[in-house]
Design a protein around this ligand. Sequence first.
Ligand code: GUN
Length: 284
Amino acid sequence: MKIIDGTAMAEGILGKCAEAVAGLKSTGVIPGLAVVLVGHDPASDIYVRRKIAKCRQVGVRALEHRLPAATTTAELLKLIASLNKNGEVDGILVQLPLPRQIDEQAVLDAIIPSKDVDGFHPVNVGRLSTGGKALVPCTPLGCMHLLSSVIDDFRGLKAVVIGKSNIVGKPVAMLLLDRECTVTVTHVHTRNLPEIARTADILVSAAGSPGLVRPDWVKPGAVLIDVGVNEIFENGRRRIVGDAELDGLTHAKAATPVPGGVGPMTIACLIENTVRAAAIRVRT
Ligand code: GUN
């Protein structure tokens, strides 16, 4: 069983982004990403810091906006409106989840689609599902890169996605469908999940449930992409694990580890989307 190295693959993408950024800079354009974090969610804080560090690594200008936990929807919409107009900003990322008092959909709807590097705006969601040129959500893009490193021809493969979120499950299903897979999307109310999972040539787990995917859920020769990021405490120590244990998966063709699989690819794809958005700005 091959363990797909997401960290190495992400560094490869970031290297290409750095070259593209250098090219843009020679034409006087510095790609800029505005990262908005509301409140003090510890996981979000770590994600945002990693995103900003990778921006700086490749020469993308990161503009950090940290707002207090009590921020209102109106205040956040005002910031989005100013970022939409700001000529130095090519991408706008509002880290989710937002505090409960904020109308999340109103915020995502307010980001101008051309700067929506998360691909969460309804226009980009619509373009993704109709095959148009969209900014595509970063984690699903990362999953497709990882799969493409071990699969040449996706046509006719059976793909099973565990999880139906707007961030991962639904968009990754669309991307797999676009590559001519036969796709089943499952969720917490799905009956006979183990049997369905066992039919998959490609199994994408975005359940957020440690130990959910047992070795006997994975068909011999299948590829497993583990999107789970779960914090567990073992012998008094904190550890991040995915939805699957890779021990016992020797019969799979390939699988991604957690950490070091999907996580770094999500960030690399965010930077890739930002550079793409900047390149489009140059051309228009
Ligand atoms: N929270 C968890 N994943 C994501 C993501 O991909 N983008 C944003 N903005 N927030 C997230």
